[in-house]
Each structure stands twice: as structure tokens, then as C-alpha cells.
Design a protein around this ligand. Structure first.
Ligand SMILES: *[C@@H]1O[C@H](CO)[C@@H](O)[C@H](O)[C@H]1NC(C)=O
Length: 138
């Protein structure tokens, strides 16, 4: 069999596409669109962000959490427009882990209503997507 990476690479070339769609769609099935997700969680500060990020990775609820510092959020809360400095977590995991991830954040986050939103990852670097799956159990 072809190495997944090599097959993926070949499908990116005009020759690969010319060889047939079936061949290339078979290769892309190794990392079907949506098997992995990116999730976003806002935190009040760096201390909370690091604590939650470490908990998430330790509990194998995600392979990687990026901490994006100093974002400004404008939102309506209880009828008033608020503006706060926050920190954003960008989380990479298996889509099947999103419910457990959301539950973990709800239980460990200081906000009354914590933001946990996720998006399926359509495509990516195959070895990177494989790594997410290797780190995070199904
Ligand atoms: C970070 O936020 C938490 C929860 O709102 C708060 O208890 C803590 O004092 C804050 N820490 C800093 C360094 O601002």
C-alpha cells in the first residue's frame, strides 16, 4: 500500500487528480472531514487559561491547546453592553471528545456561562491530524 502522506501529496498534483477521483478520495478518507475539531473557549485571564489548558491536555480531552493572549470581547450580558479583556483557548481534538470537553470546561470555569464552541476541521496536514488522533483516545 501507499504511504498515506505520499498518496495525499500525489492527489495534490494534477497527475494525481488525472489518475482518478476514486483513488484520491480513497486516500482522503484516512482523515475524513470532520473527524477532528477545533474548539474555542474564552477565559478571564492567563492564570485561568493555563489551568484549564493543562487540565484539558492532562485528561486527554485534546492534543493541543493554544493560548491566545489579550483579546478584547464586546458582548451583551444581562441587558448591558460589556467590554472585557480576555484570553482565548484554541483547542485541537477529536470531534467525539467535544461533549466531554464541554463538560470539563463547565465544571472548571469561573464563568456562569462559559463559551465552548467547536468547528469540524475540513482538511489539514495529514501527519498533524494523525497526531491528534494518536494523543486523544476515541
Ligand atoms: C483570574 O480570574 C479568576 C476568576 O475570575 C480570579 O479569581 C483571579 O483572581 C484572576 N487572576 C488574576 C491574576 O487576575
Amino acid at each position: 500500500m501507499f504511504d498515506q502522506t505520499a498518496v495525499f501529496g500525489l492527489c495534490m498534483l494534477p497527475l494525481g487528480r488525472w489518475l482518478g477521483l476514486g483513488f484520491c478520495s480513497m486516500a482522503s478518507q484516512s482523515f475524513s472531514s470532520g473527524i477532528h475539531s477545533a474548539a474555542f473557549v474564552t477565559c478571564p485571564n492567563d492564570t485561568v487559561a493555563k489551568e484549564i489548558a493543562r487540565g484539558i491536555v492532562q485528561k486527554k480531552l485534546a492534543a493541543c491547546v493554544n493560548i491566545i493572549p489579550q483579546i478584547t470581547s464586546v458582548y451583551e450580558w444581562k441587558g448591558k453592553i460589556e467590554e472585557d479583556s480576555e484570553v482565548l483557548l484554541m483547542i485541537k481534538t477529536r470531534s467525539s471528545k467535544i461533549p466531554d470537553l464541554a463538560e470539563y470546561v463547565r465544571s472548571n470555569h469561573p464563568y456562569e456561562v462559559a463559551e465552548v464552541i467547536s468547528f469540524p476541521i475540513d482538511q489539514g496536514n495529514p501527519p498533524y491530524l494523525k497526531w491528534i488522533g494518536d494523543v486523544v483516545p476515541e
